[in-house]
Ligand binder design. Structure first.
Ligand SMILES: N[C@@H](Cc1ccccc1)C(=O)O
Length: 530
């Protein structure tokens, strides 16, 4: 179609050397539709890009009838129809407004009456309407005008009437485009398909010298690229972060993936012989082989509580290994970061000067006074902290286990906290995640007592699945940090992957992380450690 048009333009130009008005071209689509105009424009632009033609464009305005205008052109104006429906004065019973509506329809009766009165075609008689006796025929100018517009696209009688018809929404203006065309510098009557690429063959054969090349179209828009999207894990992470922030928690810094065994285990009162510390479960770092030592007096208090006990505990009564404690590893849980933060939170209780430092995570909380009784400031400030970050475990990889995953962790430190507070917190937290049915089961963690596993009812699997682990941190962990005896800290942790897999109906953890492996079950994925 476009080639045909191009050829027609070239042949006409060849004959007449100029096309004054493209509307005179003998094109296949004779209509003045937008498609027909665009076809001419497309053909011209294609020839222009090869310098075969030059053209000027002109705009035209014409008028077309709206559906209502077309109906009036056919059946007459509302006022004419009203006039026609009435009896001449003295020659019949006047027509009441209600009857008129029945005769000509609601719209004609409404609009037509007013206009017929204005034109002095009709008059009132009693309760009804009649034709004025002097007017025995009328000229329906609206109908005539519209008929003229319908056939010529314009109206001779002028702009005022046109403006009125447009206001009455009987007529709309239509924009058109036509072109004057001249020969271009590369004019010829044969449309050679332009070359798009300069090839090695052309260079060898020399045809490049005479070939016409397609011009670059710098205006062309490129192929749209598929937009980026957030990974499901990031979306769920954002949701969980919002829940914590909404509950007044501050986010902990968790940037260090490499931790010392001291901060990941010892400071949490995890015995040095605990199986989780085995090579099979933990990735150890060989270079550098040792961590920097922690602050010596804290280190001493931690090693003592392990080896000999203290703070009301008998300890593990097993020899303490400095070497074990200074090993470097990839952190196995974000509780390592919580431990760092709790140690920082206790700084003031240890008598260290940390003015301002703690504000970032205590929101400037005031000293606690349980049940309103005033106490001396022991330096303790309550805090609610959370983190969502990556942890690493030396797992055998399968559908539900990877060597790394994300943990979501919340920690609350205050005086007078009880297990009921922990349970209450978790109920609120999980219900904000959309998990309403939760159950708790006593469990064991070396660093919390009591400890609770959290189970949620999974409607799709129709069973209770483990969703998290929690507990109240032991005095053996908190008191060596310097916290007063009456400070309680509770915490809970869950994996980010499991709720994401459940939410998005993903059965294989490797699908979530980009490997294509098919369907098994999410039931046994590790929500938590130990
Ligand atoms: N660190 C625990 C979760 C936890 C956090 C805080 C308190 C109790 C438990 C885990 O990895 O499973």
């Amino acid at each position: 179609m476009s080639e045909q048009l191009q050829q027609l333009i070239l042949d006409t130009l060849d004959k007449h050397s100029k096309i004054e008005d493209t509307r005179s071209l003998d094109v296949p689509d004779k209509s003045d539709s937008l498609e027909a105009q665009l076809a001419v424009l497309g053909a011209l632009n294609s020839l222009l890009s090869r310098d075969m033609v030059k053209y000027d464009s002109h705009e035209t305005f014409s008028y077309v009838l709206t559906p209502e205008g077309a109906q009036i052109a056919k059946e007459g104006s509302h006022e004419a129809r009203v006039w026609a429906a009435l009896p001449a004065k003295g020659q019949g019973i006047p027509v009441t407004p209600v009857q008129l509506k029945k005769l000509v329809g609601d719209e004609s009766a409404q609009v037509g009456q007013g206009n017929a009165f204005k034109r002095k075609w009709i008059a009132k008689e009693g309760d009804g309407l009649v034709k004025i006796s002097q007017v025995d025929s009328i000229t329906d100018t609206t109908q005539l005008d519209l008929q003229q517009i319908q056939s010529t696209g314009d109206l001779k009688s002028g702009d005022k009437v046109l403006a009125d018809l447009r206001k009455r929404k009987l007529v709309i203006q239509k924009k058109g485009q036509w072109f004057t065309v001249h020969k271009g510098p590369s004019f010829s009557t044969s449309i050679a398909k332009p070359e798009t690429d300069l090839t090695a063959d052309m260079l060898v054969s020399g045809t490049w010298k005479t070939a016409t090349f397609k011009k670059y179209n710098f205006e062309a828009e490129g192929i749209p690229t598929a937009g980026g999207a957030l990974h499901p894990l990031l979306k769920v992470r954002e949701e969980l972060r919002d829940i914590f922030l909404e509950m007044g928690f501050a986010e902990m810094p968790t940037s260090s993936f490499v931790e010392s065994a001291f901060w990941c285990f010892d400071a949490l009162f995890v015995p040095q012989q605990h199986p989780a510390r085995d090579l099979q479960d933990t990735f150890y770092i060989s270079d550098p082989p040792k961590s920097l030592p922690p602050e010596p007096s804290y280190y001493k208090r931690v090693s003592t509580v392990h080896e000999h006990g203290g703070y009301g505990s008998t300890g593990y009564r097993a020899p303490w290994s400095h070497e074990e404690s200074s090993k470097l590893l990839l952190r196995t849980h974000t509780t390592a970061s919580s431990t760092h933060m709790l140690y920082k939170l206790a700084a003031k209780c240890r008598g260290e000067d940390v003015e301002g430092d703690e504000k970032e995570f205590t929101h400037g909380a005031k000293p606690t006074t349980k049940h309103g009784e005033k106490k001396d400031d022991d330096g303790f400030r309550p805090a609610k902290l959370f983190s969502i970050d990556r942890v690493f475990r030396n797992e055998t990889m399968d559908a539900t286990h990877l060597a790394e995953f994300h943990q979501v962790e919340g920690v609350v430190a205050d005086k007078g906290l009880t297990l009921a507070d922990l349970i209450g917190f978790m109920r609120v937290f999980f219900s904000k995640m959309g998990i309403e049915q939760v159950r708790f089961k006593p469990a064991y963690n070396p660093y919390t007592e009591p400890s609770l596993e959290i189970f949620a009812f999974h409607p799709m699997l129709n069973k209770w699945v483990e969703v998290g682990n929690s507990g109240m941190f032991r005095p053996e962990m908190l008191e060596p940090m310097g916290f007063p005896k009456d400070v309680r800290v509770h915490g809970w942790g869950l994996s980010l992957e499991r709720p994401t897999m459940i939410r998005y109906g993903i059965n294989n953890i490797r699908t979530l992380l980009g490997h294509k492996v098919s369907i098994e079950s999410v039931e046994n994925s590790p929500a938590v450690m130990f």
